[in-house]
Design a protein around this ligand. Sequence first.
Ligand SMILES: [Cu+2]
Length: 460
Amino acid sequence: MLSRRNFTKRSLASFLLTALPSVVFAKNKIINYKLSAEKSNFNFDKNFTSNLWLYNHENPGPLLKANKGDILKVNFTNNLDEPTSIHWHGIKNINKMDGVPYLTQDPVQPGETFSYEFPVNQSGTYWYHAHFESWKQVAKGLYGPLVVNDKTDDLIEDDIVILADDWRLNKKYQIDKKSFGSLMDWSHAGRVGNWLTMNGKKSPQYSIKANSLARLRFINASNARILKFGSSLKNNNIIAIDGVTVKPMLVKDFTLAPGQRIDLLINSVDLLKVDFFEISHTKQLKAFTLNVTKANNKTRDITNINFTSNWILPKLNKAKIINIRMQGGAMGNLSKANFDGVEKDFRSLATEDKKLWAFNKEIGSYEYLLAKVKLNQVVILDVWNDTRWPHSMHLHGNHFFVKSKEFKDNIDYISRDTYLMQAGEKAKLIFLADNPGKWLFHCHMLEHAASGMISYIDVA
Ligand SMILES: [Cu+2]
């Protein structure tokens, strides 16, 4: 005979098994995390201990996960000797939680804590990173992945984050500090490295299940390196760009500029192993390997997974157009620019102030107001990269639509938060300014941002 207690237990258990959908999306569930910025030891090579700055002593920082609709609450402590702050890259955030020092919050001082709390209403692959002197703090390792799940993710068996970084290390596997602030780097492509890692490792191996689906979430956390990935597969199936689901696109390879994300879907039917390579140089580097584990499970039916984007291009007839001419850098045409209200020639800006890049002849900073926009106005950032260098342009707090030329079959608008502009390219970045606040628009080659390619747009 069943006791009442057992009966209750059993019926509750069977209720849980049968009546609830496989993923429960509670309304406004609070997901708590603790992060601290720490001076840490890490081993790139077994013979050397590298001194890095990491969140929770991990490289990359802890994977933060939430479901769409949750509230993410991150209790952050700064255990460094200098101020810092955390930016949640790609999240349509509440402005005061965006993590930009002096613009949206006071820097978090050594020993202080700051509680970041914001809803995550868009699913996808995001990341978080230090935004105080990020050219140095990100280079030392202050970043980590942030994944917001939706119901589609429940239908995919394996989910692997691939966070790529391009470190510049010296012979003893220490961060090459001598190169910090190098005028050569800052005026050229930025501080590119010599040691490529995926999730802190060289060529790691992962296993995925046979006859099933795996989602790979690529994130480029490099200061300046534009990465390009290919694999041993004939085609790679892109299902999301900068967190936004797209109609699946088959590509041979794909580019990932600093700050950008790409999600791939791998169908492991008939596969034993897949090698991924970084192919931006003539010398290919093995990035990582997926090993398919043996299993007797049946082949997956993937017809019930619906990859569609629900982002709609806003009407452009009443749009406000903001013209942005990017200038500066080596071999550029910036002869003079305004810095702190004073017009100076390029040579003095470079040698006296270490400022090298400008928007509309203004050397940018966290205090440089590029434009004021009314709430709910449609905005077109009409950007001209009038420099000899590519730039990875990032808008905080908003995704924008852009007619991307990267995906040859796709001539349509793509929604993203970071767009790689080639030298000489002109592009229109379109967004509905429905998120009030002061939103940075800057180059994610972090040395370029530090030396002037940075501004904010005020939406009120
Ligand atoms: Cu740049």
